[in-house]
Design a protein around this ligand. Structure first.
Ligand SMILES: [Zn+2]
Length: 49
């Protein structure tokens, strides 16, 4: 499962796909960035700040 961060309210979400909106403040998906991606064989790697 990937982690996603809302750049508006800084809420961290966990979802398999990019959320359609922030579940916390309802921000648009382009305001949400991938925070961590699970890489096969590498565990959790830093994907984006
Ligand atoms: Zn938000």
């Amino acid at each position: 499962m990937d982690k996603w961060k809302c750049t508006v309210c800084r809420f961290i979400m966990e979802a398999d796909k990019e959320p359609k909106k922030c579940v916390h403040c309802g921000a648009d998906p382009h305001k949400i960035r991938a925070l961590f991606k699970k890489v096969r064989g590498w565990g959790w790697g830093r994907f984006m700040d």
